[in-house]
Structure formats: C-alpha cells, structure tokens
Design a protein. Structure first.
Length: 97
C-alpha cells in the first residue's frame, strides 16, 4: 500500500469480488482496524491489524467489503458487529436496496 499516514476520520473501502474470507497488511505501515462487511452492508467482524504483517486474518463469513480505518476508530465511534454501513449504490449487490 505504501501509505505513511491516514487523515483523521478517513478510511479506505476495499471492494472484494467475489466475496472473500482473508485480509493481510503486507506493505502497510499503519496500525489499522478493518470492518469486514457483507454484500448488503452489515458488519460481520472487526479486527485490529498489525503493520507490515503477512499473516492472513481470516473471517468466519465471506465479506464483500473491507473498510480500513485508523486502529481503534470503530471502538471510539461506537461502531460494532451487526451495524449497517451505507454502501455506495454503484457497489451494492442485487437485492440489497
């Protein structure tokens, strides 16, 4: 990834198609948290990730999106598993409206 900073209250949304079960931090120098989000926007897991780790973090359920933010952001903002994320319309799967 190569980034050395992430502005406050910003993140990166990864579209995973087809849905996946693993995520890693290779070449990522920032301490991040990731929300694994199913196709219709429900958060199925949240994990803290270690910078530069090549360990694959596996999820129990497939996910269609990964939302990376500064480590601890989800907890500080009261966001938890089961919450719904508004997915941009052009990325929504059929039946999610």
């Amino acid at each position: 990834m190569g980034r050395t900073e992430l502005l406050p209250d910003t993140g990166m949304l990864f579209v995973v198609d087809p849905p996946g079960r693993g995520f890693w931090m290779k070449d990522t120098r920032l301490a991040l948290s990731v929300a694994f989000i199913e196709d219709c926007g429900r958060i199925v897991e949240i994990a803290d990730l270690e910078p530069l780790s090549e360990r694959i973090v596996n999820t129990a359920k497939p996910y269609g999106f990964g939302l990376e933010v500064a480590r601890g952001w989800f907890e500080r903002n009261g966001i938890a598993v089961g919450d719904i994320v508004a997915i941009p319309r052009n990325y929504r799967k059929p039946g999610c409206d």
